[in-house]
Design a binder for this molecule. Structure first.
Ligand SMILES: [Zn+2]
Length: 318
């Protein structure tokens, strides 16, 4: 693998780190971060999940993990967008630096690295850390919280956060039924997360946030069956809406500009198509996505008609 241009720093004080045995050490604040199987762990033991070891995984859990198709969103959707950004930045021959925030199993990072990009991923999960130990790109995967990243400001030309923002600042319960409720500090938590992603973004770079649209009444991504439709009230307080994200971004930095992009290519309705409504819904949804991809109807991408938001955040030059 080509060495990365991105440098890891202390997530607490942004100082350079020094290697000491099986750890990285911050000479300024004396924090120590273990390196296991090449994976640097900045969690300080505070993971968002509780994963003591693989013995707790059922056959169904293992099948679910094996079925994750994290590479598809890169191959089908983000690669052409990243190419367009590279062209816009006008740095031919330079490797584009990309961060996949909340990267899950790390497959997307492996695809990006395989395409010659300088890609990194982070997640705050003990389960993912265990999964990553066999990844060919494990030294590009770091255990870290999205509100305190171990990268200097301006490190990435593109930052992707797919299906992450909605899970911040809410309490979810799975199992037989699915339930979710917002926590009192939801907006403050989401704001801190977006602000941190914007911090590591280079001056001309793009941040992509994608998630099911809170203004669309059905959610096909969070429920008890894969692709099952979950009706939700507009006051549920879980899935973000375009206007919410726009006002959070404005409160962080007035120069942050948010635009909704057509999810065409991002959504294939593979799992939804297992249900009758999914089959009925697929053709009109595909047509709508094509429409949103045209200049005239691009405004539909941020509207309640679109089930899945893809938002591109860029900093306007001051
Ligand atoms: Zn430090």
């Amino acid at each position: 693998m080509t060495p990365s241009l991105v440098e890891l720093v202390c997530h607490r004080c942004q100082n350079r780190l020094a290697r000491r045995n099986d750890a990285l050490e911050c000479p300024r604040c004396a924090s120590t971060y273990p390196v296991d199987d090449g994976i640097v762990d900045f969690s300080e033991g505070r993971y968002y999940d509780d994963f003591p070891g693989p013995e707790v995984l059922s056959a169904a859990n293992l099948a679910g993990l094996a079925n994750e198709k994290e590479a598809a969103r890169i191959e089908d959707y983000y690669l052409p967008r990243l190419e367009a950004i590279a062209e816009r930045l006008g740095t031919p021959g330079c490797r584009m630096r990309v961060l996949d925030s909340g990267c899950g199993n790390g497959e997307a990072v492996a695809v990006l690295v395989g395409r010659g990009l300088d890609a990194w991923g982070h997640d705050l999960s003990a389960l993912r850390k265990w999964q990553w130990r066999e990844s060919p790109v494990r030294d590009r995967l770091v255990v870290a919280d999205g509100v305190s990243l171990p990268f200097p400001a301006g490190s990435f030309d593109a930052v992707l956060a797919s299906g992450v923002l909605e899970h911040i600042g809410v309490e979810e319960h799975g199992g037989e039924t699915y339930s979710v409720r917002p926590l009192p500090d939801r907006d403050a938590s989401r704001r801190r997360f977006i602000a941190e992603l914007a911090r590591v973004l280079s001056p001309g770079g793009s941040l992509f946030l994608d998630f099911p649209n809170g203004a669309f009444p059905f959610d096909f991504w969070h429920g008890t069956t894969p692709g099952g439709a979950r009706y939700h009230s507009p006051r549920e307080g879980f899935l973000p809406r375009f206007e919410e994200v726009r006002s959070l971004c404005r409160s962080i930095d007035e120069r942050l500009n948010v635009e909704a992009r057509s999810p065409r290519g991002r959504l294939r309705f593979r799992q939804v198509s297992a249900h009758w409504y999914g089959r009925a819904f697929r053709a009109p949804m595909m047509a709508l996505q094509r429409l949103m991809s045209t200049r005239v109807f691009s405004f539909l991408a941020g509207s309640p008609l679109n089930p899945y938001l893809v938002l591109e955040v860029r900093r306007r030059p001051s």
